[in-house]
Design a protein around this ligand. Structure first.
Ligand code: FE2
Ligand code: FE2
Length: 276
């Protein structure tokens, strides 16, 4: 099965495309066109036009979690699409999310009301369980913490009964496609940890081989120990392609590039990759 990836939003961009803090990827596989995340603002819509992608041809949107930088572009996309579309997400995406750094509190949740985007044609399929979209394409559902060394970012919070508590990212969803070479895994921010996510997909699909990982890894806040363990685990699993984006951060990206050499790529806005 061929898989084509066009990255519409990323912190960096190639050629004439524009960069924006966030992530959005169009994934074409199994005769489906799936948009994973929407970026923060208008970059996904702008870059899609530049890449010749018509949002009316998309079959499904998946929102990886309820942060603005993965959901904020939705309004622009739905406005351009002009017809209804299914959106898979976890029910907790609607929680009010915040970052708290040096006493600077910022709202970083979805920047609009659910009713607003439903009025533009969004039809939500909210589930904490894996959702099989085709016989080969599945979302992670809620990802259990199994590795012991992957935790959520300490600066990220959610509102609970009028007080801020650490966000444990129940809503963190990823996507996997079963291929004859193993799993092709796509991450939004991987807030529950890339290796935890891999373990979840191995369990759901019964497939232990992981061919590729593409997307945001949230290693930006990982300790050196966690980064070491993640690299060791990816090597043990034997991944054959690693395309990192967004919240991977410069240091972790540089380390992964050095460790994985030819199989590594930086997944910037405007880049197109064929996986097989
Ligand atoms: Fe993000
Ligand atoms: Fe995030």
């Amino acid at each position: 099965m061929d898989i084509n990836i066009t990255t519409l939003t990323e912190n960096t961009a190639t050629r004439d495309f524009i960069a924006e803090w966030g992530l959005s990827m169009l994934i074409e596989a199994d005769n489906k066109r799936i948009l994973l995340d929407t970026g923060a603002g208008f970059s996904a819509a702008y870059n899609a036009q530049l890449a010749g992608i018509d949002f009316r041809s998309i079959d499904l949107i998946i929102l990886s979690h309820g942060h603005f930088d993965h959901t904020g572009g939705l309004k622009d996309i739905l406005t351009r699409r002009c017809k209804a579309i299914d959106i898979i997400a976890h029910p907790s995406i609607w929680e009010a999310k915040y970052s708290l750094r040096d006493n600077d509190r910022r709202y970083i949740g979805i920047p609009f009301m659910r009713e607003q985007i439903e009025g533009l044609g969004a039809h939500f399929i909210l589930s904490d369980e894996p959702v099989w979209y085709t016989e080969n394409i599945v979302t992670s559902g809620e990802v259990p913490f199994v590795t012991g060394y992957e935790d959520t970012d300490q600066s990220l919070y959610r509102m609970n009964n009028n007080s801020l508590i650490r966000d444990n990212f129940q809503d963190d969803l990823s996507l996997a496609i079963k291929t004859d070479k193993g799993l092709a895994i796509f991450l939004g921010c991987a807030h529950r940890g890339m290796i935890n996510i891999i373990r979840q997909f191995q369990k759901i699909t019964g497939e232990n081989r992981v061919y590729s990982i593409v997307g945001g890894t949230h290693l930006i806040s990982a300790s050196p120990e966690r980064l070491d363990k993640t690299v060791a685990e990816l090597k043990k699993i034997g991944i054959r392609k690693l395309g990192v984006s967004h919240c991977t951060g410069f240091e972790a990206s540089a380390r992964l590039a050095a460790e994985f050499k030819d199989i590594f790529f930086l997944n910037s806005a405007g880049s197109r990759h064929q996986l097989f």
